[in-house]
Design a binder for this molecule. Structure first.
Ligand code: SAM
Length: 221
């Protein structure tokens, strides 16, 4: 039987060397490109004030934070990712504070944040609905949640491959799912989607199972 560890325990999420040491470096390389940087800027444009960012990773969103952002509270379980983020965190004038390791359990009071951000993270969090409910809880009533995520494709041939590949993807990519319906997850967690763009990332056909993007912003219903 698997022991249930406290959510603040670093090792409850990053319990194997592949996930802890290799994946964060691979993610840092793979997601650091001009195409994705453009998506990050579009998603982050809707943020203001104090922002909660779940799955902060290596800080690739830092250059995309717009002027109105006054502080970022980062949730990131991987120590390696947090170390990789150091330079980006040091290069901005926006204060960034790491607090909490699990998007499913946010250590904040209700209605305390102005905005929230998630990029390429809802695929990996085991219970993405719980993480979204947590964001809904900590956002102020007029708060905004912005996201850019990959998820299930509306093309049946691609989604069939996403379902086929999902078990392998989960094993090699730290629990990442290819076939989540991001828009449904967001609306099922009490949000109303205010803007949503869905599209295929440019790239060879073979990469289509990884490349269906959901980019948008939502407010509390
Ligand atoms: C694919 S990476 C994306 C990183 C970053 N958001 C980006 O866009 O470059 C997914 C991130 O989610 C983090 N993560 C995994 N489980 C998590 C959880 N339960 N709560 C918060 N973040 C989590 C991983 O450590 C990793 O940094």
């Amino acid at each position: 039987m698997r022991a249930r560890l406290h959510p603040d325990r670093h090792d409850c999420l990053m319990h194997n060397p592949w996930n802890e040491y290799v994946l964060p470096r691979m993610t840092d390389q793979l997601l650091d490109n001009r195409t994705v940087a453009g998506y990050r800027e579009r998603a982050a444009a809707g943020l203001t004030g104090e922002v909660v960012e779940i799955g902060f990773g290596s800080g690739l969103n830092v250059p995309a934070y717009p002027k109105g952002v006054t502080k970022v509270i980062a949730i990131e379980p991987s120590r390696t990712a947090r170390n990789l983020a150091r330079e980006r965190v040091g290069a901005t004038t926006i204060p960034i504070e790491f607090r909490g390791l699990d998007g499913q359990h946010l250590p904040f009071a209700d209605a305390s944040a102005d905005s929230a951000l998630s990029t390429f993270t809802l695929c990996t969090i085991p219970d993405a609905g719980k993480a979204l409910s947590e964001l809904h809880r900590v956002l102020k009533p007029a708060g905004t949640f912005c996201f850019v995520e990959h998820g299930v494709s509306p093309n049946p041939r691609v989604s069939a491959w996403q379902n086929r590949l999902n078990p392998v993807q989960q094993r090699v990519a730290g629990g990442c799912n290819l076939n989540r319906r991001i828009d449904e997850l967001v609306t099922n967690s009490g949000f109303e989607i205010q803007s949503l763009d869905t599209f295929e990332m440019p790239g060879p056909r073979l990469t289509a199972p990884w490349g269906y993007v959901y980019l948008g912003c939502a407010t509390r219903r």
